[in-house]
Design a protein around this ligand. Structure first.
Ligand SMILES: [Zn+2]
Length: 249
């Protein structure tokens, strides 16, 4: 077999090495646990120098795509979602207004996930979502615990979609989303109007899933995002005007 489809002149050596693994894994020619061909052969096959190959493979090992067994060789590893999450968090953390951008991606994923959850959620999925709703109600005065409960409520909905791809994508954003929930909660938890709407919105979303009504669930989830934005905006305006935050009784 003398195929070398990655021989584009513009593609540099390290790209060729990465593409080699990516394409073969995607095609199923290399699977988890398969041994990678010896360094000398692979370098020849990809037309790259051995030092470069070694360097790129070291990076792939660090990223968790390959693992080295001493005295035995290099193997295809089972990809670990935490790597993706770290990578994603790292890349996005370098962007400005990253949390707002993540919110947009989050909406896209959650709205599709909730539709699937309406069809696929089983008893234990519903119990889990309901449980986080309960925790969310119990932690309204605690931004840290409340933010976490809010995040977990939404994550449980995505998990109830039983879509591996959606869950994986959502998992990659988990750290940023968690942070964003806590941050938003800290700016809004003293506002009784926001707190009331927050509880109602989550309850409505949950009940739509229980009712297995995807259109309603999708609509209520979008309302939840939109109302949250609007109230947060008003709360920020109040803060900047120096108006005292409204107190609960
Ligand atoms: Zn929420």
């Amino acid at each position: 077999m003398n195929e070398c489809p990655e021989s584009d002149a513009q593609q540099n050596g390290s790209d060729r090495v990465v593409s080699y693994f990516k394409e073969r894994i995607l095609k199923g020619e290399l699977k988890v646990g398969d041994r990678v061909m010896p360094e000398r052969e692979l370098a020849q096959h990809l037309d790259v120098g051995r030092p470069l190959l070694r360097e790129v493979m070291k990076s792939l090992v660090m990223l968790g795509f390959l693992n080295v067994r001493q005295g035995s060789g290099t193997y295809i590893a089972k990809a670990d979602i935490r790597v993706l999450s770290d990578f994603f968090t790292f890349c996005l953390s370098q962007e400005q207004d990253v949390l707002e951008d993540v919110m947009q991606a989050r909406m896209a994923i959650e709205c599709q996930a909730i539709r699937l959850a309406c069809e696929r959620a089983n008893e234990s999925d519903l119990a889990r979502i309901g449980q986080w709703l309960g925790t969310l109600i119990d932690t309204l005065t605690d931004p840290e615990a409340g933010g976490r409960a809010d995040f977990m409520f939404h994550q449980s909905i995505v998990a109830a979609s039983h879509s591996r791809a959606l869950t994986t994508l959502y998992g990659a954003m988990a750290e940023l989303l968690h942070r964003s929930h806590v941050q938003r909660r800290a700016t809004t938890y003293r506002n009784p109007e926001i707190v009331r709407v927050l509880v109602d919105a989550h309850r409505e979303v949950f009940l739509s899933i229980v009712a297995k009504d995807p259109d309603q669930a999708d609509r209520r989830l979008r309302d939840h995002f939109a109302i949250g934005d609007e109230l947060r905006r008003r709360s920020l305006i109040e803060t900047y005007r120096g108006a005292p935050a409204k107190q609960t009784n």
